[in-house]
Design a protein around this ligand. Structure first.
Ligand SMILES: [Zn+2]
Length: 400
């Protein structure tokens, strides 16, 4: 019975239309750097979904920046609701080696900014809803498609959904996992250490305090003591903890004692850790060093914390019905399944933590291609993602 419905929906899947939609979405700039990144793409996506016959809303989230929400099926049974979620914004298009807005298919890959992160997934999601609708299969619960704003910065699109709905039982975020089932990821925080020294002529270093030398002691402690401890921490669903020293800047020129030095790091934290704990670890190192070196003047701050934003981890238990359904779906569509953790951060953690929605990340393409000079997504994976979404919609929202 289920498999009949699934085959019926597959027969209504329009591959070419999905690829054309991907190209079209890529051709519409929605990168950060534009005044209103999602202005044009949200208007286009809204019109497209209305044209496909869906009830659709364009919801203002931040000024002119709007989420697009479509749905299909009755709202009566909340246990049988699913949201397919993807962001419409992309990172900047600077320094791209391919035309960022081409959307051309070459050797089975579709190119341009957003191909893999994540306009291909949005097109696959739209195609899945259309196939289910056109097949006429009756549903018991509602499936939503959410195209959201601002994932690449402050996740205001997902935050809006978590606070204002729609709240579904399950959600699939279509970030690129090569169609693997990624049921968790780590939290993220950026920490900055600023050391103040005292500028002086390089010929009379005793008159100054060298901030570069001071910060090197902090780096030494982080690299040789804290980092090995952090790297030992692991979580079965989100993967290992991590710390990366990513940026350093200090001093003015070779013959001046460096009066200031700044160090920035990225810390990936686990569900049994916290953002505050990650900051305290760095503060503890500095407190210890200050006891040995009263001259040390160092300050620890959380970067980009002006909006009080946190980037929490995502955890969806392996025993979740959603994980099982995605395993079945993957076996059916690509003859294999693999569960793992997503190496980056996603909106899914906000839908899950603040919206209480069981959320898994599964989408077409490689994460390594996201934000890259030659961003692309394999067309075949976009179509297979669409089939996996169709399977999941019928399993979750269909009549049993
Ligand atoms: Zn993304």
């Amino acid at each position: 019975m289920f498999i009949d419905s699934y085959q019926k929906a597959l027969a209504c899947l329009e591959e070419e239309k999905i690829i054309n939609l991907t190209s079209k979405l890529i051709s519409i700039p929605s990168y950060h750097g534009l005044e209103v990144p999602e202005k044009e793409i949200s208007a286009y996506f809204y019109q497209y979904l209305v044209g496909e016959g869906f009830e659709t809303e364009l919801i203002p989230v931040a000024g002119e920046r709007k989420n697009v929400i479509s749905w299909h099926g009755p709202a009566s049974n909340n246990e049988k609701t699913l949201m397919l979620e993807g962001h419409m914004d992309t990172v900047d298009v600077k320094n791209m080696a391919v035309d960022p807005f081409s959307g051309k298919v070459v050797n089975g890959n579709i190119y341009g900014r957003g191909a893999v992160d994540m306009k291909g997934a949005l097109a696959a999601m739209a195609g899945a809803l259309s196939a289910v609708k056109k097949s006429g299969i009756p549903l018991d619960g509602r499936v939503y498609l959410a195209g959201v704003i601002d994932e690449e910065r402050n996740y205001r699109g997902a935050d809006y959904i978590a606070k204002n709905g729609p709240i579904t039982r399950y959600a699939i975020v279509g970030e690129p996992t090569e169609l693997e089932i990624h049921n968790g990821h780590r939290g993220l925080i950026w920490i900055e250490v600023k050391v103040k020294g005292k500028y002086a002529h390089g010929g009379t270093p005793e008159k100054g305090i060298n901030a570069i030398e001071k910060i090197s002691a902090i780096i030494e402690e982080i690299s040789t003591k804290l980092k090995p401890q952090i790297m030992k921490k692991n979580h079965p669903i989100t993967g290992p903890s991590n710390l990366n020293l990513g940026f350093i800047k200090g001093g003015t020129q070779p013959s001046t004692v460096a009066g200031e030095c700044v160090l920035q790091m990225d810390r990936r934290w686990l569900p049994d850790e916290s953002q505050e704990e990650a900051v305290r670890e760095i503060e503890a190192i500095i407190t210890n060093l200050k006891e040995k070196d009263p001259e040390l003047d160092a300050e620890v701050t959380v970067m980009d914390d002006n909006m009080g934003i946190q980037f929490p981890p995502l955890v969806c238990e392996e025993s979740s019905p959603l994980v099982n359904i995605l395993k079945e779906a993957s076996d059916e569509v690509i003859n294999r399944h693999k569960t793992s953790y997503f190496p980056a951060w996603t909106d899914g953690s906000i839908l899950s933590r603040d919206g209480g929605i069981e959320t898994v990340v599964l989408g077409p393409g490689h994460l390594s291609s996201a934000h890259s000079e030659e961003e692309y997504c394999p067309v075949e994976e976009i179509i297979n993602a669409c089939k996996i979404y169709i399977y999941s919609i019928i399993k979750i929202c269909g009549k049993d």
